[in-house]
Every structure is written in structure tokens, then in C-alpha cells.
Ligand binder design. Sequence first.
Ligand code: SIN
Length: 501
Amino acid sequence: MPNRGLPVVVIGSGAAGLFTALQAAPVLPVLVLTRAGAAEANTAWAQGGIAAALGHGDSPRSHLEDTVAAGAGLVDEAAARVLCDEGPARIRELAALGTPFDLSGGTFALGREAAHSANRIVHAGGDRTGARLEQALLAAARAAGVTIQDMSEVTGIIVEHGRARGVRIHTVAGAERAIEARAVVIATGGAGQLYSHTTNPAVARGEGLALAFDAGAELADLEFYQFHPTALRFPGVRPFLISEAVRGEGAVLRNAAGERFMPRYHPLADLAPRDIVARSIVSEMQRDGADHVVLDCTEVAARMDIVARFPSIASFCGELGIDIRTTPIPVAPAAHYFMGGVRTDTWGRTTVAGLYAAGEAACTGVHGANRLASNSLLETVVFGGRTAAHIASGAHQPAESDAHAIAVDCARFAPPSHAALQDLMWHAAGMERDAGRMRDGLATLRSWRTTEEGSPSARVAALMLEAALAREESRGAHFRSDFPELDDAHWHRRQVFRRAD
Ligand code: SIN
């Protein structure tokens, strides 16, 4: 019999963590641990919205087809079907618990993003979807009795007899302690901070993946990192996301000569899949010797109140003297979303009993090699909800191990600085990779001293480089200039890693 007094410990306070907590709270005590402030999550920075088949004439099947097409042959279709089928009900649930989604004519106002065949992006506060969602979930979780403990960094998962039994934490006051748990959920979000240019906040360092790996769980799809095509590029300013929804409303990319270049690269032009837009931008920048292209919203502004539709973009740019109604926005690609993560089944189970993962830190396989826009917030609630349901059921079986998982050793590298790691990853495992740069990157990483703690981010980076070096083809977000073709004969498969011992 489980000890009913032990809490479910959720690591991370973004949408995945909070939704999991909220769903489990009616039946179990829940403790959410977060290393910074409770609202300092990747979720709060999301702009475009959440994808779900809610529009007239749209269907989960069409959403599934778009998701599978974007994933370049590696989407786990069973998991993606769960995502697309359960999505609409979860959006209604979010609305019911207080997320103030934008409405039009009494129903959800639906925007468009790249590679979607229908308008299916639900948004809130125009481009403040993530912030509004985070606020609503935090309020609902607190009202449901979830305990949220901030400034608490988890330094390890306690595993006994093959089962996760709790976590070790380090508080900002310097205290170390262990917390026993009935189940542990890794909902630590992404890893954009492994790169020197990213749309992610400071907390997105990929550390949850290292926690899971150290605990013996499997990691999958580590070679697939998505770069967002349009992050603001302005001297001395962080790469603020310029949502794809702006292009969805009709904004167009132009090069240094003012030419609208995307029609030369893809029939869907500015709304081509993200990896194609990002690489096209890089090729224009390289040809022109520029560090950015521009996003021209002037025609959109002539048709609609663009400031009301994208208030945070308008205000961020406005503070830099860029009036988006009249002045094109300088943009360049930046690291945005990690398709890879802790391998789970569709109930959030990892291969370690009692250890779960949800949201961007997890890898259910729904994104394959390239995530469809706005499927990320959706996965947080669909799989967060299922994770909570599985924990509440009291079942303890872990997910099945991958028969082909590769056992790897990963030393505890300590980079000279986090910036050195970011620089290494940007050059070695960025949008365009080749064996030479990746081998050099790995060699540098391995030359760094190792310590008892090491840097969890550096461990994840080393695994990402190993995965990307092994995959000798180009697929989705993984583009190898030395292997530019897709190679289904050898690589129509996922790579899964686990700890050697
Ligand atoms: C965006 O608003 O462009 C980001 C949406 C996403 O990454 O899904």
C-alpha cells in the first residue's frame, strides 16, 4: 500500500508542471519545486498560442496529418493521435479554469502558423498567450491546494531498488535536504540556454534531462533542436521572440536588398516549415554578409490593428525605437525548442518506476524531427493530464525500455563558464552541422575538467553532440551540410540513450 502522506513532487512550474499538479491535487498531495520564482518558466514567454482542432471544418485528423508531416518521418503516430484527439477538450478545460483566451463572435479566435492546414491557434491577450496561461494555472493550482516552493533547485532524484523515491534539493539559503515522494515528475522545460542565441529564459538549461539520465531513465531524439526563424536581433538586446503568428497574419521576410526572398525557397513562402525558413534566412544573411534579415509588417498594419493583436511585440520593439507599423523588425534565428528529452510513453512514464516527465523536458515522440508550431503548449496539458491520471491510479509499472537503447558514459564536465558552453553548442550543434565541427566541439567539451558535480547542462550538450554526430543524414531540424539528404534506408529510426551502468 502506498503511504498516502507522501506528495507527488513536480519539478518545474511551467504549464506542464502546473497542469500535472492541478490534475493530481484533488486526490493526492502535490509539491511543486522550482529553482527560480514560480512564474519564471518558459511557458510565460510563449506568444503564438496553442494548436487544437476547434475551428469549423477542422478536425483532429487534419491536425494529426500536419503534425506527422512536420515531423519528417519520425513522429510516433499513436502519441500524436492522443495529442490531436484530446487537444480540443483540454483547451476548453483551460478556458473553464480561467485562461482568458481571445474570442471572436463568441468562439475562440483562431490564428494561423506555419505548416498548419487550418486556422487552429488559440491565443490569449493577443501575443501574451503563455503569460496568461501561466497566471491562470498558478492561480488554479494554488486554489487547489498545491504547494509551490520556489528558489529550490533539485540536484538529484533518489532512486532505491529501481524506483524513484524522492529528490535532493538545494535551496537558495544554501540548505541541502531530501524530500520523499510518491512519484517524481520532471517538468523542467527546454534547453535553449545551451545556445548563445535563444528565445528561452535563463531557467531553460536542460537540467531536468541530466537528472533523468543520472537516475537511469532513457533520453531520446537529442539531435533534434528547433531554431525559431524570427527572434529579434538588436545589439545588446536578448533575442526576443517575434511570433510566427505575425507571419501568419501576413508579415513577410526581406533581405538586405529589400527583396521578399522566401518564395524562392518554398511554395509556402514565409509560412514554410520552420527549419526551412530558418535555414533560408541564414543563407540570405551569409550571402549578404549581414547578421539579420527583416520582418516587414507594414502591409499587415494597413489591414489591422497590429499593435492590439501583438501588444508585447509592439511594446518590446517600441522601447527600442522600432514602430512595427512602419519599420521592419531586424530578425535572425535563435534556439527555441527541444524535440528531444526524457523518453516517455503517452502516460508520462519513463523507464524508471515512479519517475515521470511532461512537457518540453519529455519526449513522447509527438514532434519527431521537427515540431509543428504551437503543439508545445498543447503537449503540456494533454500529457500533463495523463501523467497525473497515471500517478493517481496508483499503478507503478515503468515504461518499457527501448530494445535498441545505446548505453553511454557521460563524464561530469565543468565548462570554464556557461557562456563557453553556449558558444560551443552554437557553433558545433547549431542549425547547420558537420562532422568536423561536432568532433571539435566534443573534443573541447571533453578537454574540460570534470568535478564531482559537473555541469548538468554540459552533460546534456555532450549527449546532443553524440546523437547529432551519429545521425549521418539531414532530417527535420537536424541539418548536416556533409550529409544533406534524408536517408530513410538507414535513419528512419530514433536514437535512444541510457546511462552505461
Ligand atoms: C511562436 O509564437 O512563433 C512560437 C510558437 C511555437 O513555438 O509553437
